[in-house]
Design a protein around this ligand. Structure first.
Ligand SMILES: C[S@@+](CC[C@H](N)C(=O)[O-])C[C@H]1O[C@@H](n2cnc3c(N)ncnc32)[C@H](O)[C@@H]1O
Length: 232
């Protein structure tokens, strides 16, 4: 049975098995789908003393790495899923106050931000699963002028089909906490589509790079890494 619901937490299962056996703070920060190569957090720029936000942080492993291995004034790990918030809190609440784990949809969080961010990023997070026409303007407004947004996203669909040449989402199949099938919207866009929507949202200096998959498995995928600066 396919059930469309707005209340089930469709991220309930994500990362759950790993959280049971791996409570550590990762030694490295990866952008790639396979989480085992490519550039690291140096593409975020110097984080020292800065305000940093992870949009769609999941269990907050990337944010925990930045909190421990770098010196931002604060890193806010934002996630809309109550299950992910609970998991992140269980794993990394002890990293407060440098790490602040926040339960919220990224768009209202960004819209309510009083002191602007220096850097925002998303690792296959909120940028992939939120209408870019809502999220990207909110991100631009929540960044300081010249502040940076970096995100990694799929360079193509997981079945190998090319990314969308237009600003269109696809429905992907996921499981509810009870194991029933449901669907989520995911934006898998070609580079020129990201460039246009970022430009319209108030970003400049947009650069994108495909990071090829380093493995061959059935769910292997190339990553598109996108870097953009908020207009000054
Ligand atoms: C594929 S997971 C990635 C999590 C994490 N970045 C990682 O690499 O492990 C996507 C996450 O984005 C979150 N998410 C999706 N849309 C969001 C939104 N609009 N606001 C906040 N979180 C969102 C989901 O709840 C989920 O935890």
């Amino acid at each position: 049975m396919v059930r469309m619901t707005t209340t089930a937490d469709l991220w309930h299962h994500y990362g759950r098995t790993r959280a049971e056996r791996d409570r550590g703070v990762p030694d490295a920060f990866h952008w790639t789908w396979s989480q085992d190569g490519g550039p690291g957090c140096e593409v975020l720029g110097d984080l020292t003393g800065g305000a940093v936000g992870d949009l769609g942080a999941g269990a907050a492993r990337h944010a925990a790495h930045l909190a421990i291995h770098h010196e931002p004034a604060e890193i806010v790990a934002v996630d809309a899923s109550p299950a992910q918030y609970e998991m992140a809190t269980d794993l990394y609440a002890h990293l407060a106050p440098r790490l602040r784990i926040t339960s919220s949809d990224a768009v209202p969080h960004l819209q309510a931000t009083k002191s602007p961010y220096d850097v925002l990023y998303s690792v296959f997070g909120a940028v992939d699963f939120t209408d870019p026409r809502a999220l990207l303007p909110a991100a631009a407004a929540a960044l300081k002028p010249g502040g940076r947004l970096v995100f990694s996203t799929l360079a193509h669909y997981l079945n190998g089909a090319p990314a969308q040449p237009d600003l269109l989402a696809a429905d992907i199949s996921v499981k509810t906490p009870e194991g029933e099938t449901a669907s989520l919207r995911r934006w898998v866009l070609q580079e020129h589509v990201w460039v246009k929507v970022l430009d319209e949202a108030g970003f400049t200096n947009v650069a994108a790079e495909v990071l090829p998959s380093e493995s061959d498995g059935p769910r292997a995928a190339d990553t598109l890494l996108v870097i953009a600066d908020r207009q000054r």
